[in-house]
Design a protein around this ligand. Structure first.
Ligand SMILES: C[S@@+](CC[C@H](N)C(=O)[O-])C[C@H]1O[C@@H](n2cnc3c(N)ncnc32)[C@H](O)[C@@H]1O
Ligand SMILES: Nc1nc2[nH]cc(C(=O)O)c2c(=O)[nH]1
Ligand code: SF4
Ligand SMILES: [Mg+2]
Length: 215
């Protein structure tokens, strides 16, 4: 298996239940819901993406021709950023683009061999391989979910054709609402706060890396 990766970087998880936790992010190239090109956005199945996942030329990106090769690059990124190694805390977030177009059991195994807990950020339209330690599903519009259970369901809010009520019967441990970021003016925060205040099943998720100016 060859993996196409846009970038690999060490940062703090900025969203969801693990907000604030140090993690290596491995951003895979490509998505099944948008080409990643501006001229295709208006026709895409997901139209609000805040991420550049095209190509493999980002920092630490490239083509990796085996699971051990990619796991090794992720491990190096972790080690390079650490003041003192605390191997119990190794954590990697596989994102994209849509990571489940590429993530397989071999890669999860190679990361586990190196002591990483493995988290995935997915749009939920592709079934995951076994062994992932933390699954975050973020549904998109009318796109049918193939993943009906997991650790967190993190819904961008508001979204046409995607009301929170549709998801509360699914088998997730945590339900989070994340304000839609459209141009950075934070206009959707009040409605998201208001929904969480009156529907306590839902917990607010804010994208703190954007305020902090970190990746
Ligand atoms: C860039 S996506 C990559 C992973 C996967 N394709 C997905 O959609 O879950 C990472 C996270 O950012 C969220 N996201 C993307 N664009 C956003 C935006 N404009 N405002 C708020 N969250 C956004 C997604 O819903 C997802 O939870
Ligand atoms: N700091 C930080 N946290 C994140 N959580 C999910 C992200 C993503 O793009 O998947 C992301 C990201 O891009 N940066
Ligand atoms: S599914 Fe995820 S990566 Fe794909 S376009 Fe939507 S937010 Fe971006
Ligand atoms: Mg992001």
């Amino acid at each position: 298996m060859t993996y196409s990766v846009k970038e690999i970087f060490l940062t703090l998880q900025g969203e969801g239940c693990h907000t604030g936790r140090a993690a290596v992010f491995c951003r895979f190239s490509g998505c099944n819901l948008w080409s990643g090109r501006a001229e295709d956005r208006a026709q895409a199945r997901c139209r609000f993406c805040d991420t550049d996942f095209l190509g493999t030329e980002g920092a630490g990106g490239g083509k990796f021709d085996s699971a051990p090769a990619l796991a090794h690059a992720i491990e190096r990124c972790w080690q390079d950023g650490m003041a003192g190694e605390d191997s119990m805390r190794r954590w990697v977030v596989l994102t994209g683009g849509e990571p489940l177009l590429q993530v397989d059991e071999d890669l999860v195994g190679a990361l586990h061999e190196r002591g990483f807990g493995v988290a995935v950020e997915t749009n939920g339209t592709i079934p995951p391989p076994p062994g992932i330690d933390w699954i975050c599903v973020s549904p998109k519009g009318k796109e049918p979910l193939q993943v009906h259970r997991g650790d967190e369901l993190k819904l961008v809010y508001p979204q046409a054709d995607c009301p929170p009520e549709r998801f509360v019967t699914l088998n997730f441990h945590h339900f989070l609402l994340q304000p839609l970021d459209e141009g950075g003016d934070r206009r959707h925060e009040p409605a998201t706060v208001s929904y969480c205040r009156s529907h306590p099943r839902w917990q607010l998720s804010l994208q703190i890396h954007k305020w902090l100016g970190i990746p």
